[in-house]
Design a binder for this molecule. Structure first.
Ligand code: XMP
Length: 321
């Protein structure tokens, strides 16, 4: 079924919020729902909509996959505490790393994350809760790119012909599926979320696994996590749509302390974009690039090479996996 897009210029955020709250209440009825909050603008918006519609009948979880950025679980829980929403953290790190073991193919990685997320972790939570519905922050760009076969977004099931009720035992509600990122930000603002939440740069569902080329292990995630923290800190005032660090699979010869070091490579990407459909690299100054290189090679053990991506999307995509 074709989804009817609501462009940001046609969006009336207050009206949209009111309609979606009514819609969620009507669909869920007297049952209960659960949702997973990652802290991104999409899942944050869905969490607020859901809580306004269902109150305590919506249970919100933060799934700690071990693939998140530095201090992310704590930050997300405390932000939502401030707006009166209780979030429960579920430690699922072992399940995700076990599922990702030995996988190098990008789509297989996404599939492993999807299966672990929906079947192993969420399936169990749903059964424990007796919830019949799962609220999800899928947006139109996720659908477009998945249907076009560019990348399988981990939160797309129905559009791919997968019946979540049959496969995982629950129904999915996607209140944001007619919007793109700019529209979601307007809705988040209308819901009273703080600027920290509605201005947040996008972050992919597969989290840092989308930024590790080759096998995803706790050690390799730790490398990309540290590099990500440096990139985000240094570029926080750049106004970029999104910035990231990517860990490459192949190693290169470097030298440190007069010794040869066959080390890792980090690629930095910083994007200017409106809606993530197309993007151009930020024209970062050489001073900033040099500082990034010095900090990453100095602070992230084992990294001997730092590069900056200068390719537009398309033909690049924003994430590397
Ligand atoms: P790409 O890499 O497809 O990214 O150019 C476009 C935007 O979508 C985000 N992204 C994802 N988000 N699950 C998500 O929820 C995913 O699998 C995924 N892959 C990419 C990406 O961060 C960018 O903002």
């Amino acid at each position: 079924m074709k989804i009817k897009e609501i462009k940001v210029k046609d969006l009336e955020p207050e009206k949209f919020v009111k309609e979606k709250i009514e819609e969620i209440s009507a669909i869920v009825g007297s049952d209960s729902a659960i949702n997973a909050l990652s802290g991104g603008v999409d899942s944050s918006t869905v969490t607020m909509l859901g809580h306004k519609a269902l109150g305590d009948r919506l249970k919100t979880y933060f799934i700690d996959s071990g693939l998140m950025r530095e201090d992310e679980p704590e930050r997300v829980v405390s932000l939502f505490e401030k707006v009166g929403v209780k979030v429960e953290v579920v430690d699922a790190q072992k399940q995700f790393f076990d599922a990702l073991k030995s996988i190098t193919d990008p789509e297989e990685k996404r599939e492993a994350i999807t299966q672990t997320f929906y079947r192993d972790v969420f399936g169990k939570l749903v059964r424990k809760n007796g919830a019949k519905f799962l609220l999800q922050g899928t947006i139109l760009t996720d659908v477009d790119e998945t249907v076009a076969g560019i990348k399988r977004q981990h939160n797309i099931l129905e559009q791919l012909g997968v019946d979540p009720e049959k496969e995982f035992g629950y129904k999915i509600i996607e209140p944001l599926v007619q919007l793109r990122k700019d529209g979601v930000r307007e809705v988040a603002k209308a819901l009273g979320l703080p600027a920290l939440a509605y201005n947040k740069a996008p972050f992919p569902g597969p989290a840092l696994a989308a930024r590790v080329i080759g096998e995803v292990t706790p050690e390799r995630i730790a490398v990309v996590r540290k590099a990500t923290a440096i990139v985000e800190e240094e570029l926080s005032d750049s106004g970029a749509f999104q910035c990231m660090a990517i860990l490459h699979e192949d190693r290169v010869t470097g030298m440190r302390g007069g010794k040869r070091e066959y080390g890792m490579q980090i690629e930095i990407r910083s994007w200017e974009s409106k809606d993530a459909r197309t993007a151009t690299p930020t024209r970062l100054s050489y001073d900033i690039l040099e500082r990034l290189s010095e900090r990453i090679t100095g602070e992230v053990t084992g990294v001997v090479s730092v590069t900056y991506n200068i390719t537009k999307k398309p033909p690049s995509t924003m994430e590397a996996v």
